[in-house]
Design a binder for this molecule. Structure first.
Ligand code: AQP
Length: 338
């Protein structure tokens, strides 16, 4: 059976990149028959960078609310919080014993987040991809829907699955497939078309958050960086114009049409005309999600019940895998409590 796993960090509010690169795809995947889906709020990942501990628990609920508001249905998907299933951290440690430092050092996300001060980066940040591998392998996920930025981490997960099998002479973990087919696998910053839209970018004007009001969305799109040329009449001529390409990609993804169709509709028009149209599409698409999210956050007990049930289901699956991995690795289970 196909089994899907994915997660997002409660580092801050979700933005349009998270939505178009991953979350929208998760929702669409709920249409698939004979598929089990696990969607997680990965709070243990979120603490690998400096964070506000007074806000983490609230941020975790907000991400769960965003999942549900976007259309994740707890009847079709198991929705839970990573730290509520301790097996994630346990399997991570076991996988850490077979993870090569050299490979982890080559991870782009580590290099980006550690910056120039690599020596002072935490072990948690360095081992982030190993925890992500544990998240996925714990449920023997076959498919992992993510944005393009996570491709390298997925390759490491596949690598670790093979290393485990080879080291212990088993055919236990299969190779999870990345599913990078969201409508916009890489949404770029509104202020710099060469950088990805990110929760942790300093300026809020670089991103559209799922909780932004219509006025904020209109303002951010109006102020988005562009060049002074009109939109061309073919997609090829958008090459070398990253900001223009980004706005066209966002429009296409939100309107559910191709980029070619967007170009056909707006060929020859200046951004003064295109931006208000984009803002309309964005508000129309996001306003119902924001409204639902706010409703859910007014009734936190409902979200907590969903997360409680989800953790219970996830733990059963996780405990089984961990027990099997203990057997394979020769660890004693004599007094193991589950
Ligand atoms: N700009 C993006 N375009 C498309 N997809 C994106 N994703 C993130 N940014 C974009 C996808 O969203 C999912 C959840 O990501 P995450 O919470 O693990 O965070 P991240 O990938 O590290 O990116 P963020 O949102 O910018 O967070 P920070 O700034 O905290 O690192 C993933 O599937 C990701 O691919």
């Amino acid at each position: 059976m196909k089994r899907i796993f994915s997660g997002m960090q409660p580092t801050s509010q979700l933005h349009l990149g998270n939505y178009l690169g991953a979350l929208k795809n998760w929702v669409d995947l709920q249409k698939e028959e004979d598929t089990q889906r696990l969607y997680c709020v990965v709070d243990l990942h979120a603490i690998t960078m400096p964070y506000d501990h007074t806000q983490l628990s609230q941020a975790t609920l907000e991400i769960a609310a965003a999942y549900m508001a976007a259309g994740i249905d707890p009847k079709k998907s198991i929705l839970f919080v990573q730290s509520h299933v301790p097996e994630h951290a346990q399997l991570m440690w076991l996988l850490a014993t077979m993870s090569q430092m050299g490979k982890l050092e080559r991870m782009t996300q580590f290099k980006d987040k550690a910056g120039k001060n690599k020596e002072r980066a935490s072990l948690g940040l360095f081992a982030y991809p190993v925890l992500m591998a544990a998240d996925i392998l714990l449920y023997k996920a076959t498919h992992v829907p993510v944005g393009e930025d996570q491709k390298q981490h997925l390759e490491l997960t596949r690598d670790l699955a093979s290393t485990f099998n080879t080291r212990y002479g088993v055919d236990y973990f299969s190779q999870p497939e990345p599913v990078i087919s969201g409508p916009a696998p890489r949404v770029m910053s509104l202020r710099d078309g060469t950088k990805k839209m990110s929760k942790s970018a300093d300026s809020d004007m670089t991103r559209i958050n799922l909780i932004d009001t219509p006025e904020m969305i209109v303002k951010k799109i109006k102020k988005a960086k562009t060049d002074s040329d009109p939109l061309p009449d073919n997609l090829k001529d958008l090459e070398g114009r990253p900001e223009a390409m980004n706005l066209v990609t966002i429009y296409a993804a939100l309107a559910g049409i191709s980029k070619e169709q967007v170009i056909k509709e707006f060929a020859g028009q200046q951004f003064g005309k295109f931006k208000p149209a984009l803002a309309d599409v964005a508000v129309e698409h996001l306003a119902p999600i924001t409204e639902r999210m706010n409703e859910l956050l007014d009734d936190k007990a409902q979200i907590e019940t969903v997360l409680h049930d989800g953790a219970e289901q996830a733990r059963k699956m996780a405990a089984q895998t961990l027990g099997e991995v203990f057997d394979i690795m020769g660890l004693s289970k004599v007094a193991m409590i589950h």
